[in-house]
Design a protein around this ligand. Structure first.
Ligand code: PMP
Length: 404
């Protein structure tokens, strides 16, 4: 049993009032709130150990380097990666996917080669591939979904050809909440000798991820969605694959030697980390992961499942409310529309009641086109949410619906 009130007291923002009402923060799919320990870690970093890292001879530089590399080890353990140098620090999920799209396409794809994506992907797992497709003439193949918002696995199996070079799919949908069977999908891809990238932005905060057990070649996520700071994220890659790929950006840190005649690149992970790294962000992310570990991802998943079940029951009972994504494998997200009420109006009016939800296409326009809608209202949960907040959401929806 989690002590939710004690947990909530770790997040100062949760006691804020919005328009004089208690804040009900149900926009965790967009970003999560930060516990005090994470903010304090940032403050401590800048106040006590701030110095540029790597190659510094002085005390502070060495202390900052050590903290940064320790953070990398914490991330490695969190994902159960084999090596710390398989953890590349990026600006977030978006940059991680762009890195792979660019470097993988350069190294491993020719005109006519194929990448398999799914219709439920976030734009950040579509557009980077389209950019590469336009440059190199690669083809994108798309896994459709069924009525429940689950990937059609038979179609997935049939999309492989001798030109398939990569599968890139999300673990959990940030719109439908569907938990995709990624382990099985990776297994199928491997039967065709095809590597797999998993977008873990929406899964890592909610489900225990073990990259060795999944056997994913690449797994990416953003710190800000797992109670860490904005501006930093992770690309896990199997050593053998990262070794094969060329650097993404050039600059300081990522080189071994530079001359105008010839430059040689640094070893992993530095080859992919051009420029001054976010060494404050990395330590704050590690603090967030320690915080999550202390609560326990199994406890978090069980509690959030209970919240999702409760919310599904409560919202389903509201007249005219339709839920998008009805799989029995879901996590922490509930997308809906009510009657003919525009999602934007619903979101604006809920906001007036202090309830923060997201409205719109959630960076998944192809999914919206597939569903034949423009957008949804999305409530997305974290372990600091309560059933009382879901009651407030349900009451808010009923109240707003009554205005139309
Ligand atoms: N993929 C998914 C599934 C997401 O939910 C998000 C963020 N909402 C992203 C990718 C993009 O993450 P970021 O903007 O942090 O790079």
């Amino acid at each position: 049993m989690l002590d939710i009130q004690a947990i909530r007291s770790d997040f100062p923002i949760l006691s804020r009032k919005i328009y004089g009402k208690d804040l009900v923060y149900l926009d965790n799919g967009a970003t999560t709130q930060k516990p005090r320990c994470v903010v304090e870690k940032i403050e401590e970093g800048y106040y006590n150990v701030n110095a540029n890292i790597h190659r510094g001879v002085h005390f502070l530089s060495q202390a900052a380097t050590e903290a940064h590399e320790e953070a990398r080890k914490t991330i490695q353990q969190f994902l159960n990666a084999r090596h710390a140098h398989e953890i590349i620090l990026t600006r977030g999920t978006t940059e991680s996917i762009n890195l792979i799209a660019s470097s993988f396409t350069d190294a491993c794809m020719n005109e006519g080669d194929e990448v398999i994506l799914s219709v439920m992907e976030h734009h950040s797992n579509i557009v980077p591939w389209q950019i590469q497709a336009a440059k190199k003439g690669i083809t994108l193949k798309v896994i459709p979904i069924n009525e429940q918002g689950e990937l059609c696995m038979d179609t997935y199996r049939s999309l492989f050809s001798e030109r398939t070079r990569l599968v890139s799919v999300m673990h959990v949908s940030n719109v439908l909440g569907t938990v995709n069977p990624v382990k099985e999908m990776i297994d199928i891809a491997h039967q065709h000798d095809v590597p797999v990238l998993i977008d873990g932005a929406q899964s890592v905060p909610h489900i225990k991820v073990d990259v060795q057990d999944l056997d994913a070649e690449f797994y990416v996520f953003s710190a800000h969605k797992i109670y860490g700071p904005t501006g930093i994220g992770v690309l896990y890659g199997k050593e053998e694959w990262l070794d094969k790929l060329p650097p993404y950006q050039g600059g300081g840190e990522m080189i071994a030697t530079v001359s105008f005649e010839k430059t040689t690149f640094n070893e992993l992970p530095f080859k992919f980390e051009a420029g001054t790294p976010d060494y404050i962000g990395s330590t704050a992310l590690a603090e967030a992961l320690r915080y999550v570990n202390a609560i326990g991802l199994d406890n978090i998943a069980a509690y959030e499942d209970e919240l999702l079940r409760y919310a599904t029951e409560k919202l389903s009972a509201i007249e005219g409310l339709r839920i998008y994504g009805t799989s029995s494998h879901k996590s922490s997200v509930i997308s809906f529309l009510v009657g003919n009420i525009h999602h934007y109006d619903m979101g604006m009016l809920l906001d007036r009641l202090g309830i923060a939800v997201r409205t719109g296409h959630h960076c998944a326009q192809p999914l919206m086109q597939h569903l034949g809608i423009e957008g949804t209202v999305r409530a997305s949960f974290a372990f600091y949410n309560t059933k009382e907040e879901i009651d407030a959401l349900a009451a808010g929806i009923v109240r707003v619906a009554g205005m139309f």
